[in-house]
Design a protein around this ligand. Structure first.
Ligand code: CA
Ligand code: CA
Ligand code: ZN
Length: 945
């Protein structure tokens, strides 16, 4: 075989001393640096492009192949993270940890090591934990997009978990002002290693972001107050209860607020007001303009309705009570949290009554008392009994001592009216649990052990992961509360079955975690979504963004896990997430999945059925990296004889080669003209293999009929640099031109319509650093034609005045012109180019990497569904740059081009892929030498309608 190849090289692809003509993106980058290519000032006019494109319309009939299913999934960001090694040797390793990215800000939400127990190794043993943390952040500033970590991240909480590990919460700041909700949680094991990070941060702001308030604190508070007076009722809070509050009833502090990368960060006053005992409102007031940016009710509140009261269970309960001067009180001093001081009892459970009145300044909530040990108020008995059970649950299962884990008194209040009418709900207001007497719709809520456990668990959430009570983090807060309800009231998965009047709840329960639809249909108030495809995308004004609605999806996942592994194991997984702070305050559903996976993995092992149960449950409700339950299946490949197209390096002519090279007849010269070679996207075979377009050395497009081998000019203008043609019923052409503009043109052949898309950097730039794309080089359509991948050379104007250049790969959605980042920002000197989609799936994409400083090359396949990346070629095997990977028509192998400097030769290597079409099967081997710019196609059709 080797002998034959040598023969072929001698005959056809003979090496010579003439200048090499093929230039890949990395080489273009070098030319740019040496000022050898200057983008022209004159753009090619759009009319010229449109006129030139219109020549393609004559191909419209036979270009159209069968319609393919279009992917519905949005691409994930790949877990691709080159890491600078400090040992000075082969300086980069790739993908040493898994990162789940925030799609808006391209910052990490979850980082864990891939094949080792910790992110930072044991050599940091003797360092303070914060040094370990900052050494990691400093080394990966590009990943975090944080310029000055020590200034921008401040330690705000140190948490010791039940297993004696440490979590440090770092809040994000800009110029000394905290950024609302943005934080990093750093997790350390007992030996002080950083085991993983979960975070919710934004890139460092632009230097010019205002940092002084024009609006005063008192003005901000009055703005909030006057708005709030129109929305809810204000009441004076009884002095007895006021003592319970650890914070003032009104406060305002400066924060930055930044939730949307398309907007700028805003300096705001965050004003918190408790207008009454039930609610705590949070206002974000623009500190420059005084405008209300956002507001919401921030307490967990479980939906008040109106009515009047009825009976409880008719059961006799043993109660823990307290005697003082001949009177008995519903004060439970029997728990391990009790301070053992009968004169000043602390660490107790207390049941108050408000004596069927509104909670006003004149009302006197009193501890429920009795002249004897017998208590004859069934509501009080139920609440007191249930509060004790809930305390016991958390203490016996998790050694959690009260709601805050620090012996906080547990206070419940019954017999509360609102405007004189019985209150028909229960709530946790941040300090105590208030439990209404119900009405027509509800029985007294103290009747429901799960209701009391639900409210108590809101408190546990507040003192652990403190999930913000809006949108997905709010629905997670509700999800934990329902989990608490189903763990303490352990015999069923129903929530509120003991407190609802069945006339109003035909299913007999408020919520059913096993069936969030609750035997109703969409539109019914008792219907909740059970899967992400039923997710209700609601504004903040509607139930705080659907916290009591989308909880259905979380509840279903909770139920599925519990059903698979049992409640004993489920509670361990969930409580660990809370106690070990595996969620940030603004965590979303995917964060929750990752947190539960980590928790289950630590408890039960990497390959445990428990971990699989967690994954399966989240899959089943559609919570995954891409929001879909499973990746799109592969398209059937084009079936027919396979051929390879390649360009020889001496004359730059186009050849058609058989897959296996045995003799001279396996190689056929097919082009009349030399091929233009300053791009890897100059050869565009039609999906069904009937013909191929190529750009010739004059930058014209020509067409070769691959059956008859005729070669004719297509487009009348000598302007083309790159071209790619999609498959599908309505094929589109993407092209770039010799003006080196930061633009890609899309031409719809059937409609004869042309569209120009202006390229941009798909992230916010920060700290005054400016990057912009100069021009795109290689183009590759997904097999469905939904997205176009491209590599572009970009300029970066550094803060020190330098200008540097880099290559990166992005996706383009041609209908909207949106640029989508699929690879996170890379460190200086790491370049990514030559994107090429697989031929059977929109999710798999190959790309080449060049480490400029260390002269290391690599070839990878990324999976845009899972975010996983697979290294296809070990950089040590090749001595130089890798370019133009192409998949075989059935994705069983990849062909790519490299360059051997000592031989001054281009080489085409082949490497097989395993059945997953993702991991390499063996090492690359030489397919041909003296050739480059391969394409691989089959003559046939795709049976995929
Ligand atoms: Ca029950
Ligand atoms: Ca229940
Ligand atoms: Zn709730």
């Amino acid at each position: 075989m080797k002998k034959l190849l040598t023969f072929l090289i001698a005959v056809l692809f003979s090496t010579s001393s003439i200048a090499l003509a093929q230039i890949n993106t990395f080489e273009l980058l070098e030319k740019i640096k040496q000022n050898k290519i200057l983008p022209k000032n004159d753009r090619i006019p759009q009319q010229t492009v449109a006129k030139s494109f219109s020549h393609f319309s004559r191909f419209s009939t036979f270009l159209a192949t069968q319609q393919k299913k279009t992917s519905t999934q949005s691409p994930a960001i790949l877990n691709f993270s080159p890491q600078s090694k400090s040992d000075g040797n082969s300086l980069y390793t790739f993908a040493s940890f898994d990162i789940y990215w925030d799609k808006n800000f391209i910052t990490p939400r979850f980082i864990q090591p891939k094949n080792s127990p910790s992110l930072v190794g044991s050599k940091y043993y003797n360092f303070a934990l914060s040094n370990v943390f900052f050494s990691f952040i400093e080394a990966h500033k590009n990943i975090f997009q944080i310029q000055d970590p020590k200034q921008e991240l401040k330690e705000t909480e140190t948490i010791n978990t039940f297993d004696r590990e440490t979590v440090i919460r770092y809040s994000q700041y800009f110029k000394g002002i905290p950024i609302w909700g943005k934080e990093i949680l750093a997790h350390f094991n007992k030996t002080g290693e950083l085991t993983f990070i979960n975070s919710n941060i934004v890139p460092t702001f632009d230097e010019n972001t205002p940092n002084e308030a024009k609006i005063s604190r008192s003005n901000a508070i009055s703005t909030a107050l006057s708005d709030l007076k129109r929305r809810t009722f204000f009441q004076d809070i009884p002095t007895d209860l006021l003592k319970l509050f650890s914070e003032p009833l009104q406060k305002a502090n400066l924060f930055y607020f930044w939730d949307d990368p398309k907007q700028k960060p805003t300096l705001v006053w965050v004003v918190e007001i408790r207008p009454n005992l039930y609610e705590k409102f949070r206002y974000f007031i623009d500190a420059q303009t005084g405008e209300i940016v956002q507001f919401y009710q921030a307490n967990p509140s479980d939906g008040p309705t109106k009515g009047s009261g009825i009976d409880l269970f008719n059961q006799n309960r043993t109660l823990n009570i307290f005697q003082s001067q001949g009177v008995y009180y519903l004060v439970d001093a029997s728990k391990p949290m009790f301070n053992n001081n009968i004169n000043q009892p602390d660490g107790v459970i207390v049941t108050y009554t408000n004596n069927y009145s509104d909670l006003t300044k004149t009302s006197r909530p009193a501890v429920v008392s009795s002249p004897s040990t017998n208590f004859n108020d069934p509501v009080a008995v139920s609440l007191h009994y249930h509060l004790g059970l809930v305390y016991d649950y958390y203490y016996s299962k998790f050694n959690r001592n009260s709601v805050d884990g620090k012996k906080k008194n547990i206070v419940g209040i019954i017999h509360i009216t609102q405007n004189g009418e019985s209150m028909a709900n229960a709530f946790w207001n941040g300090e105590f649990i208030a439990v209404g007497d119900g009405g027509d719709i509800f029985y007294p809520l103290a009747r429901g052990l799960d209701v009391i456990a639900h409210e108590f668990t809101h408190g546990v959430v507040q003192f652990t992961v403190d999930l913000e009570y809006k949108f997905q983090s709010g629905a997670l807060n509700e999800g934990f509360a329902d989990w608490g309800g189903a763990m303490v009231d352990r015999e069923d998965w129903l929530i509120g079955e003991d407190v609802v009047n069945p006339n109003y709840f035909p299913s007999g329960t408020m919520r059913d975690m096993s069936d969030p639809h609750n035997k109703t249909y969409p539109g019914d108030p008792n219907w909740l979504p059970a899967h992400m495809n039923e997710y209700q995308d609601l504004p903040l004004e509607k139930d705080n963004g659907g916290v009591h609605i989308n909880v259905g999806i979380i509840n279903k996942a909770t139920y599925l896990i519990g059903n698979a592994i049992g409640k004993d194991k489920l509670e361990k997984v969930y409580y660990r997430v809370l106690d070990k702070r595996y969620l940030t305050k603004q965590a979303n559903f995917v964060d929750f999945r990752l947190a539960c996976e980590r928790s289950a993995k630590e408890l039960f092992g990497d390959n445990s059925p428990e971990l699989s149960a967690v994954k399966n449950a989240f899959d089943a409700v559609g919570i995954g990296n891409s929001g879909g339950s499973s990746p799109d299946p592969d398209l059937p490949p084009v079936v027919g004889q396979h051929f390879i197209l390649a360009v020889d390096q001496q004359l730059n002519l186009l050849y058609r080669l058989n897959e296996v090279l045995k003799s001279q007849s396996d190689i056929v010269k097919i082009s009349k003209q030399p091929v233009y070679t300053e791009s890897g996207s100059v050869i565009a075979p039609i999906e069904n293999g009937v013909g191929v377009f190529y750009i010739d050395f004059n930058n014209n497009v020509r067409y070769i009929d691959l059956a008859n081998l005729t070669d004719e000019e297509v487009a009348g203008e000598s302007i083309y640099r790159s071209i790619a043609i999609s498959g599908g019923k309505s094929p589109k052409i993407a092209a770039t031109f010799i003006d080196y503009a930061p633009q890609i043109y899309i031409y719809d052949i059937a409609k004869d319509s042309t569209k120009v898309i202006n390229l941009y950097t798909p992230t916010t730039s920060h700290s005054g650093e400016i990057t912009e794309p100069l021009f795109a080089v290689n183009l590759s359509w997904t097999p469905s034609g939904k997205y176009l991948a491209y590599d572009a050379i970009n300029v970066r104007y550094e803060l020190n005045g330098d200008t540097t250049y880099y290559a990166e790969v992005n996706l383009l959605e041609p209908n909207s012109g949106t640029i989508i980042r699929i690879i996170p920002p890379m460190p200086r000197g790491i370049h990514i180019a030559s994107p090429m989609f697989s031929q059977t799936n929109d999710n798999r994409i190959a790309f080449a990497v060049w480490d400029e400083f260390n002269q290391v090359a690599g070839l990878f396949i990324g999976d845009l569904f899972s975010g996983n990346v697979s290294q296809i070629v070990q950089s040590s095997l090749l001595t130089d740059q890798i370019a133009t990977p192409v998949f075989s028509p059935n994705d069983t192998a990849i062909l790519f081009q490299s360059f051997q400097p000592n031989l001054q030769q281009y080489v085409l290597y082949k490497i097989k892929l395993k059945k997953d079409k993702f991991t390499p099967d063996g090492n690359p081997y030489v397919y041909a030498t003296g050739a480059g710019i391969p394409r691989w196609y089959a003559v046939g059709i795709r049976n995929d309608v």
